[in-house]
Design a protein around this ligand. Structure first.
Ligand SMILES: [Zn+2]
Length: 452
């Protein structure tokens, strides 16, 4: 049993912050006891200032870290030209390069206070589209990478079958695609058999998008996920063109088509959900689905501003993800839920600071199949983020009501220490086992070489 004492801790729900909180972590990595208002025992790790439960990155594509800042030239004007650069990076990957890049990227996430990631995984096969001898070699590389970085992972394996309703697979897309939904299912069943019972690894499923998966196959993926009680994710209505193509093919919006396929429910997460109709919002809300907003990516790709408050009011849960890794900072993603809506609506105060932190915490953990996460309470994982008490951004904040400053001014750089399962993964702002910047530099350079 190890003990951690926090001068002040937000326990993951509500507006209240507790003082002098002693947390005991059991050997299995869960919290065995929590006491408040006690002095620090001599054997405890002492965390002055503010601590929070570990953050959850609900939507990530680790390899896209390689194109950060490389898609910002003026001529790379649209989502679709960005996608070409992303496909180039995907073409360079092999299992070793993928593991190295993902390990460095997940370590960057650990430095940002992320203790669990939902990795939306679709680069499955060799460069010509043939499965590797082990068809899950790429998925395993990603899982190994997260373990080495000390971050819990839910591998959300995405079914991808076609380029579009009338578009054949081409280029990098062949790496993403399985021959049929049956071969996707067989592959994912192997992952489930291997990783069930592993605390830090979970397996979920995804319908990549209504573009990449036809209605009948989407129904099969949804029924697989329901049968396993597994999280089910899909990219939904990120761009108007996706809606137009879906309407032309099926007569439905993407949300309506997914509802028709039986995908919507409490374990479903719609990623982006930017361009919705009122009926779409009602479908997602009444299903109790999660909507994962990725505001820094949505800004970067000029996707638009989703209606987060109306989705919440309809009954949806809100979570956040770093998606394209344009930046990795869940404080920035969380406050953008409110700030982007302020710009779009001319109104302030639709989302309380605690609700924004729940989106970066408990709601995200639940959406990636870890409903026990995101809280400092008995039985929850002993996953903690400690903010640097010397941070200039947080100096002088209101100690009686600090969540406004944490939600609206803290950054990933303010994370000093991170514990996952009671084990320290980040100490004084540095990863305990990985030289993160060095590994990012070398893995991205190696991928660049491979792409030439
Ligand atoms: Zn995505």
């Amino acid at each position: 049993v190890s003990r951690i004492w926090c001068e002040r801790a937000w326990r993951g729900r509500g507006p209240k912050v507790d003082s002098r909180v002693l947390i005991e972590a059991a050997d299995d990595g869960t919290i065995a006891s929590v006491e408040t208002g006690v002095e620090a025992p001599a054997d405890a790790a002492v965390l002055p200032g503010y601590s929070l439960p570990g953050l959850a990155n609900t939507h990530s594509h680790a390899f896209q870290r390689a194109i950060r800042g490389r898609t910002e030239a003026a001529e790379l004007g649209s989502f679709w030209t960005w996608r070409e650069k992303m496909y180039e990076a995907a073409m360079g990957l092999d299992p070793d390069l993928y593991r190295e890049l993902a390990r460095a990227t997940f370590a960057e996430m650990a430095l940002a206070g992320i203790t669990a990631v939902g990795e939306f995984h679709y680069v499955h096969h060799d460069r010509d589209g043939t499965p590797y001898a082990d068809p899950n070699e790429m998925g395993r590389a990603v899982i190994d990478a997260a373990r080495e970085a000390g971050v819990r992972i839910t591998l959300i394996d995405a079914c991808y079958l076609r380029g579009g309703a009338t578009i054949a697979l081409e280029g990098a897309q062949r790496r993403f695609a399985d021959a049929s939904v049956e071969s996707w299912t067989r592959r994912v069943e192997e992952l489930v058999a291997e990783f069930t019972g592993e605390g830090e690894v979970r397996i979920g499923g995804a319908i990549h998008s209504v573009r990449a998966v036809d209605a009948e196959s989407a129904r099969a993926v949804a029924s697989w996920a329901a049968g396993h009680g597994a999280p089910l994710h899909a990219h939904v209505s990120e761009q108007p063109r996706e809606n137009e193509e879906c309407l032309a093919e099926t007569g439905w919006t993407p949300s309506a088509q997914l509802a028709e396929a039986g995908a919507l429910g409490g374990l479903f997460t719609a990623v982006h959900a930017t361009h919705l109709t009122d009926a779409d919002r009602d479908l997602l809300g009444s299903a109790g689905a999660t909507v994962c907003l990725c505001p820094t990516t949505e800004r970067d790709l000029a996707d638009g501003i989703g209606g987060a408050a109306s989705l919440r009011d309809a009954g949806a849960h809100l979570a956040v993800g770093s998606d394209s890794q344009a930046v990795i900072d869940l404080f920035e993603e969380a406050r953008a839920i409110e700030l982007d809506e302020r710009l779009g609506s001319g109104e302030r105060g639709r989302h309380a600071p605690a609700a924004l932190l729940v989106a970066a915490g408990a709601a995200g953990h639940a959406a990636i199949g870890r409903p026990e996460g995101g809280a400092i309470e008995v039985g929850a994982p002993a996953d903690l983020v400690h903010l640097d008490p010397a941070s200039v951004r947080l100096a002088g904040i209101d100690d009686t009501d600090p969540l406004g400053a944490i939600a609206f001014a803290a950054t990933a750089s303010d994370v000093a220490d991170v514990f996952v399962g009671g084990r320290q993964v980040v100490r004084d702002g540095a990863h305990t086992s990985i030289e993160v910047a060095t590994e990012l530099r070398s893995s991205i350079a190696a991928l660049g070489e491979a792409g030439r």
